[in-house]
Design a protein around this ligand. Structure first.
Ligand code: AMP
Length: 506
């Protein structure tokens, strides 16, 4: 059964909640009826058109209705979080050529110029108008057609849109269900904004199993008291987040069994999972299953997983990221692309059903990182991750990046993306961004800039001005916490900017 058919099948269970966000509850019945109605409108208005549709907002339940409506009408959706900067949205519009924007948040401050924009009121009216009309399910996105496009930070200074197909997602969900501890009633905690692929994990495993998604937003994360108030009434059984977010919660003693009495599994992805985090979690929540998983957006959320045992916690090694799902292969390659044997470190390469089609309308970057292999007469896609790792007894271990991509609080950031956007500012001549570590973990990003006008003042005011201007180009979470103004950037023996020396300076 196709994923969307499966989700719709739960609409026959009366009053089964698909999605809870603050005081909003969206039932499976409403999710089906409303997405059918909106899909019918899209089909009638954009009949022979398959261009992606931008869905702009944060965690409102209408976001989910829009996603499902898009794929029911044969269009991929692009989730764009309301925290995204104006220039980033412009880049996405330019790259995707989207004609329709479903805007759940206000868009007054975004210039969508010649596009069709529908706000929540328009969407609600359309849903009323098309309510009850039968949907032609032949329009639905299927097979190798693109289901969603998620934009990630790109080293050139422009975001890259990863085009994930219906088959990629079906394969992920089938496997995701097999690694999840599911019982009769399940509530999935969804932390990540929809524009990050981690949110796909909680969303579609939950919907495909007829479970409830319990969504939290940016404001709650910034206010633990409010967050814990919502947790208390959530009934969460399955937790999906980055390790960073779990560490933030664990920092409070109040985060314990009393707060989440039904919690049975914590599923992590996106960053290295620290042993201390697992130990504390296991102490506070007896019998909890802690699962580590690994994968990039380009290979549909995650391709490996493992339940963390006490034995793993006692070993010297870092925690493993796990066994690869059955329809994929992990290969470790050296710099000449020769396959390395077990225990040898090299680049992690993923091949198989999870590998996406590549970057939307970006052949150059797609050709650089993606490839095709012929395995026993079957053509399969492959992706070179840029991650370092090794296999031991078939289990994958992650050892960091080969380039300047980092993870800060779970967000994927190309340091060159920050640098290229800093260089766009009139006042900046050259710039470098470096991670600043605390206890082996990235604490914040610092940036060194050389100004065009060296006589210009190097005061705090100047730094604030740079930060303010930079906000127009990149999302808030990418803005360097510290900006240091220099007369020149030091070079190393190879004639490259000496990042190591600069990092030592902080
Ligand atoms: P994203 O595309 O945002 O999911 O980020 C993918 C990148 O996050 C990977 O290429 C890795 O560098 C990193 N990553 C994902 N999962 C893990 C994990 N379990 N442990 C360490 N790093 C991870």
């Amino acid at each position: 059964m196709q994923l969307i058919d499966k989700i719709d099948s739960f609409s026959s269970c009366r009053d089964r909640a698909a999605y809870i966000y603050r005081e909003e509850t969206l039932y499976y019945r409403d999710l089906k009826e409303k997405s059918d109605a909106l899909a019918n409108y899209i089909i009638s208005s954009f009949e022979n058109d398959k261009t992606p549709i931008i869905v702009f907002g944060h965690k409102q339940s209408m976001m989910l209705i829009c996603f499902i409506a898009c794929v029911k009408s044969g269009h991929p959706y692009i989730p764009v979080d309301s925290s995204m900067s104006q220039e980033r949205i412009k880049d996405i519009l330019e790259n995707s050529k989207s004609k329709l924007i479903l805007s759940i948040n206000d868009t007054d401050y975004v210039d969508f110029s010649d596009k069709v924009i529908m706000n929540v009121h328009d969407i609600e009216n359309i849903i009323k108008k098309f309510n009850g009309q039968k949907l032609d399910r032949n329009f639905m996105v299927c097979g190798d057609e693109t289901f969603y496009i998620i934009y990630t930070s790109g080293s050139t200074g422009k975001p890259k849109g990863v085009a994930v197909t219906a088959s990629n997602l079906e394969s992920f969900v089938k496997w995701g269900l097999s690694i999840s501890r599911l019982e009769d009633k399940n509530v999935f905690m969804n932390q990540a904004p929809f524009s990050f692929d981690l949110s796909v994990m909680g969303t579609y495993i939950s919907l495909a199993s007829g479970s409830t998604i319990y969504s939290i937003d940016k404001d709650m994360i910034e206010n633990l008291k409010e967050l814990f108030y919502y947790f208390k009434c959530s009934g969460v059984t399955n937790w999906v987040s980055t390790p960073s977010f779990m560490e933030l919660c664990l920092a409070s003693e109040k985060f314990n069994r009393e707060l989440l009495p039904n919690l049975r599994q914590a599923l992590f992805c996106g960053e290295s999972l620290p042993k201390d985090c697992v130990r504390t979690l296991k102490e506070r929540f007896k019998d909890i299953t802690v699962t580590n998983s690994y994968g990039p957006t380009e290979a549909t959320v995650a391709v490996t997983s493992i339940d963390i045992t006490d034995e793993m916690l006692e070993k010297q090694d870092d925690l493993p990221v796990g066994n690869v799902k059955k329809d994929c292969r992990i290969i470790i390659e050296d710099e000449n692309r020769s396959i390395l044997e077990e225990c040898k470190k090299g680049e992690i390469v993923i091949a198989g059903s999870s590998v996406s089609k590549g970057y939307y309308r970006n052949e150059k970057m797609t050709d650089k990182n993606f490839f095709e292999t012929n395995e026993n007469g079957v053509l399969r896609r492959g992706y070179r991750t840029g991650d370092k790792g090794y296999l031991k007894n078939g289990i994958l271990y992650y050892c960091g990046r080969m380039d300047f991509q980092i993870k800060l609080n779970g967000f994927r950031i190309e340091l060159e993306d920050i640098e290229n956007n800093l260089r766009k500012l009139d006042s900046v001549k050259n710039a470098v961004a470096v991670p600043v570590y605390k206890n082996d973990k990235i604490f914040y990003i610092a940036s060194f800039v050389v100004l065009n006008d060296r006589t210009c003042d190097k005061s705090f005011k100047q730094v604030l001005k740079i930060k303010k201007e930079l906000k127009k180009y990149i999302p808030e979470y990418m803005i360097p916490r510290k900006i240091l103004i220099k007369d020149f950037l030091p070079m190393n023996a190879n004639g490259k900017i000496d990042r190591k020396l600069l990092m030592e300076e902080i």
